[in-house]
Design a protein around this ligand. Structure first.
Ligand code: ZN
Length: 105
């Protein structure tokens, strides 16, 4: 376990602070803006830049560390499982929409 700067009472999510979260290198290392915050149906989170779908660009990151770097994700801690917060660009408003899952059948 590692330390975070915020206190337990500041943690806005109902999941564990060290929840493994999918994000992208572009966000964490490249400074790209976050354009999508997904709450998966199984309770996990994804924080995405929407510029890549290449698995090589994916990172598994601690949700607490992401919240520390990008406090904005805490504003969406309440969205239900199966929904996501999306915006088309940093200049656009966030929208909460149901996540469309592709049918694998
Ligand atoms: Zn962490």
């Amino acid at each position: 376990m590692h330390e975070h700067k915020f206190t337990d009472s500041e943690w806005p999510f109902s999941c564990p602070i060290n929840m493994a979260t999918i994000t992208t290198k572009q966000i964490v290392q490249g400074g790209f803006p976050i354009l999508a915050i997904l709450h998966e149906e199984e309770g996990a989170w994804q924080v995405l830049c929407e510029t890549t779908e290449d698995p090589k660009d994916g990172l598994v990151y601690c949700l607490g560390c992401l919240f520390e770097k990008f406090p904005i994700i805490g504003e969406f801690a309440h969205i239900p499982e199966g929904y996501e917060a999306v915006r088309d660009s940093v200049d656009d408003e966030w929208r909460i929409v149901k996540t469309e899952y592709e049918d694998d059948d």
